[in-house]
Write a protein that binds this ligand. Sequence first.
Ligand SMILES: Cc1cc2nc3c(=O)[nH]c(=O)nc-3n(C[C@H](O)[C@H](O)[C@H](O)COP(=O)(O)OP(=O)(O)OC[C@H]3O[C@@H](n4cnc5c(N)ncnc54)[C@H](O)[C@@H]3O)c2cc1C
Length: 475
Amino acid sequence: MTLNRRRLLGGGLTCAAAFATDATKAAGAVERPALPAADTFNCCAEVVGEASEDFGHIIHRRPRSVFRPSSAAEVGTAIRWAGDRGLKVAARGQGHSTYGRSMADGGVVIDMRGINTVRRVDADRIVVGAGATWREVLIAALTSGLTPPVLTNYLELSVGGTLAVGGIGGSTSRHGMQTDNVLEMDVVTGAGRELTCSPDLNPDLFDAVRGGLGQCAVITRATLRLVRAPERVRRFQLFYPDFKSLAADQRLVLEDGRFDQLQGAVLPDGTGGWRYQLDGAVYYDSDAAPDPNVLAGLSDQRGAAVISDLTYLDDAVAFAKLETLLRSNGQWSNPHPWWLTFLRGSNAERLAAGILQDLTNEDVGPFGRITYYPLLTGALRTPSVRMPDEDVAFPFNIIRFPPSNNMAKIDAMVARNRALYESVRSEGGVLYPVSAFPMTSGDWQDHFGPAWPRLRQAKKRYDPRHTLTPGYQVF
Ligand SMILES: Cc1cc2nc3c(=O)[nH]c(=O)nc-3n(C[C@H](O)[C@H](O)[C@H](O)COP(=O)(O)OP(=O)(O)OC[C@H]3O[C@@H](n4cnc5c(N)ncnc54)[C@H](O)[C@@H]3O)c2cc1C
């Protein structure tokens, strides 16, 4: 650590801009910062303001300071500095959590966006900084004709941010979560130690970090599995008159495995009713067209089907169009009280139909949706990523994009999320921990179930001062 950085840390870690300068410019530039004090203060207020918010816009927690490291060593310095002072620390990737999970009230937020270098692409793996987005990872992998086997629907999420929770996508039935496709990680523990972990090296840490809600360590580098990328994707959005016929076809296509990606949703129809959608995609290369009979035997309203045929990259980034629209109408920056769960395959239809009965278009907003589709759980092996204990589970998510920021309505949605969670939990459903409602430590213990003792043990070992990631209130 340089004397200059020591001074800045000792001075209270007050300015992210000063740290960014320190990390990227010669030491002399830091002694005489380029920005005058007033500008520096304004800049810091903005940076601290950003770290007090997230995509959820429901919880607001102001950190004492924000730190932008450019190396794992700097992450370690910041964690040790904060730990010595009894301050909490949260890593922040892209801030797309929905309930303050990347915030640290009065503590230190570590903005990981500066640790985003793609270090290496090999025949079956890629090594990246954990602050890289999945779009950056995909673009680098595609230069070698490769792809991560599982991509989230939205690629502007950081690698560290999704590895902390799971990372589900349309190909999860085949390949598991993103946490099932990470081979090795470099991390900085809550005690400020730099360690490497994998199934063979510090395996307890590896399992505590993947899906472990940032409780034991900050991921600085990840080695991710790659597979051959198809050239093109033909995507079929099929519509059904009711939930029952959607559910029947979803079960059918899950069983016969005809789609490379399978998802589905219940969408507001704009008149107070719902549209029931199955979303299936097949991969192909330009020299071998996909099976023309891929929709055989399905009972959808074929005239309403929407079929797209895009390059693999264009298909993967397609969510960006909705983002642009929602940014332009202001709904991207409204509060987002999302609710995400997994239902048991054995009772999913009954539970989901009951909940759907009581939901209105207003509950999700005109651009929102209720995600509902089956997946095979066999490929999911990350101990801390919880899943119903059955061969088939259903992601069942209320993805709310409210058209206004009326906080009374948002608070009511958050309370409803909690009540819905309790009803789903009592029927064997499991939380996807990117949901917007309060959880107690007891709730988390219940959530992690058989994985809890190992997570608690890892916490004791790797973050004994309970420095890391206060936003979930796990410990
Ligand atoms: C529009 C949108 C679409 C989404 N689509 C999907 C989807 O298809 N599939 C899916 O699984 N999820 C999806 N999500 C949810 C998303 O995966 C999670 O909210 C994820 O945590 C966000 O990543 P982030 O980089 O923004 O993380 P942040 O919000 O910055 O952080 C999330 C959590 O991870 C921790 N964290 C961040 N970086 C690190 C690190 N390097 N080391 C350790 N902990 C870290 C933070 O402290 C925080 O607790 C979506 C979210 C949005 C807003």
